[in-house]
Design a protein around this ligand. Structure first.
Ligand SMILES: [Cu+2]
Length: 672
């Protein structure tokens, strides 16, 4: 275990223990509310910016640091320049200004034709216009209808001259079930309110009824809250994990990217430089509604009690309750909740995009495993009653130990090419999951040998034509390829544009992982389902256990046993899968218990010698004696394991006794 770097951020910031928690934390480069305000004032007043905005009705729509991701080795440095974006309603355009922070000096202003997702301020203004409209105002005032955020949040309207204008959508939902909702279009440029009538917008045609919890009007959704970044290190004594977490409202990417992680180190060694969800979309069957490109910046409230350790980060003594737990939309907190659950450190946040709710989790396991998760919910609407597919695309910028010398390999069982389960990816490529081949991937550092498996989740699906793909291996290109906004063409993900033949063997690379969840609420109900992969250190428990013993010489026999005897059977391949998914914990259990380790070594040695001396292809390996010892070992590991390991081991634990008295051939076959 490396002693360096733990507890100290790459910038040298010392992380200090947070009282009442199991964390060390530090807040990097605080940009105060005052600095932010004075930056905006200074750039707005500057001659070069005033040329664009003078006399124009305009509003600040975003304010964020200009990131340069190019220099990975320097560690995080406070961004020198920030960018403010204004929407100019008079001239129907976005004015972008980049300048030095916080003085606002040296501004560079430019005009851009883009159609940003409405901010909460814009939505509030739109709602005001609806309230003062004689067609809708009265019923809003009476409370016979309630406003909601519909999808899509925005439409593009073309006037007679071909000019395209943003039109904001405000949903109006009549109280009482079975009544049609309504979507009203608000043009902030012309200050006009129009109705789509009883058909609704093309992308969300009106139908009757709801199938979700009503939305909580009282929640103050955070869109661009205070810049929330926090260094976190866990646990307090002998930290295992250290990383920088960024709250959704401050996350990177055109449409933000949820709870973002940077500089993720396990035991002082880099695993990921950056991990987040920059692309998220929804496709309805037969385009009943949508398709929609979503965003991950709006922090929806949920219930989380505990103490705040930084703006946007709360340490909780008990797991927070989200819409997935309570079927209720809302709560007392917006931001990232941090807590311990089943021995793991968990970061959770809830995001709103129109009527969708996204519940994101990062779970850090003490043995080096990261579980990336996303759950889906919705609120107070009609479209989501129709079957639809959620597509989420994680961007994993793996830097295993170093940025360079990384390699991705793919595993298939049964193999695509006979005789080899693993093959490496030399050039940029897109791949699909294949559950029938137990397909997974491995990312390694070819110099140090450190490696991690990327293991698909059981509900992650396989991409259809809209979903595009399940995995992309790309060369790292910094901020230019942080999402597909530079090559964007509609609601669909457009990662294929980045696959252009670049070498990825022994390079600095990025892996995108797509998950596709088919959501049919009329069948599955409102229950939340989760998708997402696991990132598992690829330490082989058998190899680690053998290290330094005479058994090292017999590893080839054990590999032959695994691949020729175990793997071909359903039971055997399931056993291998369960052990591999828990290798890091098994390794640590055997390391910490000498007696357990020698029992494992002895058992493996005896299995190896039977394999090594056998004359038939399948000897009677599973004889009574070996089965008994295997059972005992499983039992002991089960007893000492974490809840997750215990669950994983209970399956083979139940199946093993059935092999008693059977030869291996019969035993393995009897399971198929
Ligand atoms: Cu859904």
């Amino acid at each position: 275990m490396s002693k360096q770097a733990v507890g100290v951020s790459p910038t040298g910031t010392r992380l200090s223990a947070v009282r009442g928690s199991n964390l060390r934390a530090a807040v990097p480069f605080q940009a105060s509310e005052r600095d932010r305000a004075s930056f905006v004032r200074a750039v707005r007043r500057h001659r070069k910016v005033d040329e664009f905005l003078r006399g124009a009705r305009h509003r600040l729509i975003s304010l964020r640091p200009v990131e340069s991701l190019e220099d990975k080795d320097s560690g995080p440095v406070p961004p020198k320049r920030w960018e403010a974006r204004f929407f100019d309603y008079t001239n129907n355009r976005v004015v972008k200004v980049q300048a030095r922070f916080p003085a606002g000096a040296g501004p560079v202003a430019s005009v851009s034709r883009e159609f940003p997702v409405p901010t909460e301020d814009e939505w509030a203004e739109a709602l005001e216009l609806v309230r003062s409209d004689r067609r809708f105002g009265r019923s809003l005032e009476r409370g016979s209808v309630a406003p909601f955020h519909p999808m899509p949040p925005l439409a593009l309207a073309q006037d007679s001259g071909g000019e395209v204008e943003r039109v904001l959508h405000v949903g109006l939902r009549a109280r009482g079930r079975g009544t049609k909702a309504q979507i009203v279009a608000v043009n902030l440029i012309r200050q006009e309110v129009t109705s789509y009538g009883d058909v609704g917008p093309v992308q969300a045609p009106l139908t009757e009824g709801d199938c979700q919890a009503p939305s909580e009007a009282s929640c103050d959704v955070q869109t661009s809250g205070p810049p929330g970044q926090c260094w976190i290190s866990w646990p307090t004594s002998s930290p295992l994990w250290t990383f920088l977490a960024i709250r959704p409202s401050a996350s990177s990417g055109q449409n933000a990217s949820g709870v973002e992680l940077r500089y993720v180190d396990y035991q002082g060694k880099r695993v990921l430089y950056q991990a987040h969800i920059p692309i998220l979309n929804v496709k309805y069957d037969q385009d009943a509604c949508g398709p929609y490109r979503d965003w991950m910046s709006q922090e929806m409230c949920f219930d989380a009690s505990g103490r705040d350790i930084a703006p946007g980060f709360r340490w909780c003594d008990s797991p927070p309750q989200t819409i997935c737990d309570t079927n209720r939309d809302g709560g007392n907190y917006n931001g990232v909740a941090i807590y311990e659950d089943a021995g793991e450190l968990v970061l959770t946040s809830v995001m709103a995009a129109g009527w969708y709710r996204y519940i994101q989790e990062w779970r850090f396991n003490p043995f080096g495993i990261i579980h990336a998760r996303l759950k889906f919910a919705a609120t107070g609407t009609y479209c989501i009653c129709n079957p639809h597919t959620h597509h989420a695309y994680w961007r994993f910028d793996f830097d295993i130990t170093t940025p360079g010398y990384n390699l991705v390999e793919e595993f298939n069982d049964p193999p695509i090419f006979p005789g080899t389960n693993w093959h490496k990816k030399v050039y940029e490529i897109k791949r699909y999951r294949d559950y029938s081949r137990n397909r997974k991937w491995r990312v390694s550092n070819t110099v140090t040998g450190d490696s991690y498996h990327l293991v698909p989740g059981p509900n992650d699906g396989v991409a259809d034509s809209f979903g595009q793909g399940d995995l992309w291996v790309l060369r790292y290109h910094g901020a230019a390829e942080i999402d597909d906004s530079s090559v964007w063409a509609g609601d669909q993900a457009n990662l294929d544009a980045f696959v252009n033949g670049e070498l990825v063997e022994n390079q600095d690379l990025v892996v995108w992982y797509g998950a596709h969840f088919y959501h049919d609420i009329t069948h599955s109900g409102a229950e939340c389902h989760e998708v997402g992969p696991d990132i598992v250190p690829a330490a082989c428990v058998v190899q680690e256990t053998a290290q330094g013993t005479d058994m090292e010489a017999q590893l080839d026999d054990l590999r032959a046993f695994r691949d020729q005897d175990l793997r071909p059977s359903a039971f055997g391949s399931r056993l291998i899968e369960l052990l591999e998914a828990n290798d890091p914990e098994l390794v640590s259990l055997l390391r910490s218990d000498q007696r357990l380790r020698s029992r494992a070594v002895n058992l493996l040695r005896d299995v190896a010698s039977v394999v090594g001396t056998r004359t038939e292809r399948l000897p009677a390996v599973f004889e009574e004696e070996l089965i008994r010892r295997a059972e005992e070992l499983l039992e002991a590991l089960h007893e000492r394991g974490s809840p997750r390991l215990r669950e994983a081991l209970s399956e083979p634990r139940g199946a093993l006794p059935r092999f008693r008295g059977l030869s291996a051939r019969e035993g393995l076959r009897s399971q198929d």
